[in-house]
Design a protein around this ligand. Structure first.
Ligand code: DOR
Ligand code: ZN
Length: 347
């Protein structure tokens, strides 16, 4: 049995850091293991312009722990009034690595997102010209569509028409949760990739709902039935460069998770790598872990792989992690994978 694994320092290609006291509280949980992260722009108000992204990057840099060389990679939140020239200038100066598309109303703080795709056509065309990836929250928002079908309906009714209308647009389908998502990305050629979260490799919908409601397992897109979880595990461990890690680690304080109308999001920054090592080991795919967490995403974003290595060691005693991270904004419960973690990240 493999007892130790050294991999290039990993990247998280989909991360929510928030702002203020929450940012300060959760950032060390990412910088401890990750060299870079693609930071989501769904603040209130959202990160819409290059100036917003520059200011947010400064707020992040100001609280990066002493001694860390962590690099936040910024994104812009696509709205119907986004200026193509502002996006292109931000990409050109290396300020942003992607633009994020939230269909209006799809998830947390998505109210400023896109309703009318004709209104963002010029931005998408400019992005296709310059090769800037569009990160897509792939769920329709039509209330008549069942929540468990919203990803597959999005692929057919929004994503495929959008990609056909914008040849050359580079797309990352974020946090795929279905076998249809896996199949679509596999069939889509070199201009499409997908992130897969840690929690969607662990959870199916029974985990959220059977035997009592588990608010800390509620996220969007919501976890689907078991066959979909298995398809995601197969894709993540396949070694295919089109699939890579985006944790979607999304902190909310306990008071807002354990609530009559609880927020969506699983907080996985702290224990993602030990969980993934276990998943990949269980799948007989430990050698594929480094591609998934450290190489495939960088290649899609046309960035160099990180220098330095991170070592995971399999120990006889499980990791002892706290249940919660205490932030200045309030306590945030750590994602519980439901099994002990024997893979320890060594300093
Ligand atoms: O579960 C989620 N939480 N999904 C999202 O798309 C947004 C995120 C958040 O910002 O809390
Ligand atoms: Zn997200």
């Amino acid at each position: 049995m493999t007892e130790s694994l050294s991999i290039p320092r990993p990247d998280d290609w989909h991360l929510h850091l928030r702002d203020g006291a929450m940012l300060q509280g959760v950032l060390p949980e990412t910088t401890r293991h990750f060299a870079r992260a693609l930071v989501m722009p769904n603040l209130v108000p959202p990160v819409v312009t290059a100036a917003d992204a520059r200011a947010y990057r400064e707020r992040i840099r100001a609280v990066v722990p002493e001694g860390s060389d962590f690099t936040p990679l910024m994104t812009l939140y696509l709205t119907e009034s986004t200026d193509p020239a502002d996006v292109a200038a931000a990409a050109d100066e290396g300020l942003i690595a992607a633009v994020k598309l939230y269909p209006a109303g799809a998830t947390t703080n998505s109210d400023s997102g896109v309703r009318d795709f004709a209104a963002v056509r010029a931005v998408l065309e400019r992005m296709a010209e310059i090769g800037l990836p569009l990160c897509v929250h792939g769920e329709v928002t039509d209330p008549s569509v069942d929540i468990f079908d919203r990803e597959s309906v999005f692929i057919d009714t929004v994503l495929e028409p959008l990609r056909r209308a914008t040849p050359g647009l580079r797309v990352v389908m974020e946090h795929i949760t279905t076998s249809q998502g896996v199949d679509y990305v596999r069939a889509g050629g070199p201009n499409i990739a997908a992130t897969i979260t840690t929690h969607h490799l662990i959870l199916n919908r029974n985990h959220i709902l059977a035997g009592g409601i588990r608010p800390h397992y509620y996220c969007l897109p919501v976890a689907k039935r078991e066959s979909h979880r298995l398809a995601l595990r197969e894709a993540a461990t396949s070694g295919e460069a089109r699939f890579f890690l985006g944790t979607d680690s999304a902190p909310h304080i306990d008071a807002l998770k354990e609530h009559a109308c609880g927020c969506a999001g699983c907080f996985t920054a702290t224990n993602t790598l030990p969980i993934l090592a276990q998943v990949f080991e269980d799948m007989g795919a430990l050698p594929q872990l480094e591609g998934f967490v450290a190489r495939h995403g960088a290649a899609f974003y046309r960035l160099a792989q990180n220098a330095g290595t991170l070592t995971l060691v399999r120990r006889a005693t499980p990791l002892a992690l706290p249940d919660k991270i205490l932030t200045g904004a309030g306590p945030v419960t750590l994602f519980d994978p439901g099994f002990p973690l024997f893979w320890h990240v060594t300093p």
